[in-house]
Design a protein. Sequence first.
Length: 367
Amino acid sequence: MKKRHTKEGGFALLELIVVMALTALVALWGASAWMQQAEDAAAQSTGVWLLTLKKAVDQMLVRQADVLVGIVEADPKGSGYRDIWRPTLSELSAAGHLPKGFPSRSALGYEAAIQVFAPSGPCLTRGCKIEALVWAKPLNGQLQQAADTSRLGKLMMALEGQGASVHPLAPQRIKGPLFERQNPPSPEHSSFPVGTIAALSFYDSTQYAHFVRQNDLRDTRLKGGLAVDQGISTQAGVTATGAVRAGTRVSAAEYLQVGAFAAAGAGCEAEGLIGRAAEGGLLVCHQGRWQLSGSDFGGIFMTHSWRSCHRNQHIAEFFQFASDGIDMTNPRTGECSCPAGFSPRLLAIWRFQQSEPAAYRSFICLR
């Protein structure tokens, strides 16, 4: 009787081991690739996160530039910043520079901080550059991964060339394509760890330095005229080398001081001008001559029955001391009349008996 032999199917043990090893390698490679992709995505997200924060600080510098350079005082009700030189992310968000819910940490877990540097130069007259440094430091447990040059390269790419970093080969510098700073950037900071990334915000106030603002603290000088449809109110002085005109009244809560001197009876240019007499008192320009303000005396003049009241040569015959004649006009008006507000009062009637029968009359002008 013959025995029948049958073949058994399946994998040999060696074949099974090889398959399992290959599967493990593929899984390991896939996990590594996935982790690298996750790392790249986190680096890209962190760079965009810091770039967004940098743009928010740019907007903050524009809005707060006048306060930062000292042109105006901070709003008494509060600017919204506890320390305007060190704004926080929550304060920027409350001011509308960052969207609501902006994360306080990046996808890599970096923490951000901001410092605005005090500007220098002729900020009040010519303007100056205001700078602020925005940086993000890795936490203590991430220092080894943060020092990876591959990660730093991806972060710099995400920052679109506007960033800088503390590189392992130059830990004493914060260096990037657009700016470079020492590490630390100011004495009050400790050195930033390797892997720190940063961006520089700035605003140039030069183009707007010559404009006058509300609540401006500067002494503003205008070489041209200034026209204002409403009132002008100031707690300091107003100085003008030219004329100051007002369509309505000019009032002062204290005193008005007139500095220009004039002589009573001298000619003046425009009706209504106010001057200061050397011996004291105010002078008012009326009918072309300076007159003492508030005086009851409006001058004197003479008239003749039929001759002109202007300079009369014929009177010189009787007064040897007046060889050029005697001016009969009122020095206040230049005519034989009284200034406005004054009335003529007759002083005397007289004549030269041996010469002519006509009479002379002398008048005094009183209120």
